[in-house]
Design a protein around this ligand. Structure first.
Ligand code: DX5
Ligand code: ZN
Length: 221
């Protein structure tokens, strides 16, 4: 199970130190939320966060979740900034296939994001183009919400589609993941868990220990 700490939960005044501690704790797959204030009613992290992190820690995988109205406009700059994975919301463009192709042609892994109110089978026409699918288990736009009821069944449904088409896309779960949900998510077929305030940040024993606990509990190491 990949631990994908969501950097939107870092303290802005100690951002560099938080990143350092995540790495010391063994995290190497960072979930970076980008919000444009249009697709979601919130703003989050300009692209230079990706650039600064990648220039100091090139070994880290930058998984960028773009909550924007025109995903195509960001692809070139995401590539330049050093993004490795890019996922956009499936309803944020009329040209899902074109956008997935553009991300892949730029040499990045491509994914779509499904909101809690959307059907899982929306991905069916694009399955062969997907490196990963991000399944939201909260409404996008704000960190710190609770995992929505029905999320586990939706992971199971997505996993079922993956088997039906013999596809290999990774399943990433984003929103409100805590220890009560983490193991069931794994059992339903999740590969990547976005971790925020419930598992990594705001913990009494600090970020390094929280990352190690994730590996002990979910990877048995
Ligand atoms: C919500 C974001 C999430 C969020 C996850 O719009 O996409 O990545 O930061 O962190 P938690 O689980 O703490 O809300
Ligand atoms: Zn996210």
């Amino acid at each position: 199970m990949i631990n994908a700490p969501s950097l939107a939960n870092c303290n802005c005044l100690s951002f560099g130190q938080d990143v350092k501690e995540l790495i010391e704790g063994g995290a190497s797959f960072f979930h970076i939320d980008l919000m444009d204030g249009h697709y979601v009613p919130n703003l989050c992290m300009p692209l230079n966060y990706v650039k600064d992190i990648k220039s100091q820690y090139p070994e880290v995988t930058a998984d960028v979740h773009i909550m924007v109205s025109n995903p195509m406009d960001y692809i070139g700059r995401l590539k330049q900034a050093g993004a490795d994975y890019v996922a956009f919301h499936i309803d944020s463009t009329n040209f899902v296939r074109r956008t997935l192709n553009a991300i892949r042609e730029a040499g990045m892994k491509a994914g779509v994001v499904i909101n809690p109110s959307q059907r899982i089978d929306l991905i069916e026409p694009y399955i062969s183009l997907l490196d990963y699918v991000v399944l939201m288990t909260v409404e996008p736009g704000y960190a710190g919400q609770r995992f929505l009821e029905g999320g586990l069944e939706r992971i199971q449904e997505l996993n079922g589609l993956r088997s039906k088409y013999k596809a290999e896309f990774l399943i990433e779960i984003d929103g409100g993941v805590d220890y009560a949900y983490a193991m069931p998510c794994k059992e339903m077929g999740a590969d990547i868990l976005v971790t925020g305030i419930y598992m990594i940040f705001n913990q009494d024993d600090g970020i390094v220990e929280a990352c190690r606990r994730f590996d002990r509990c979910l990877n048995g190491v």
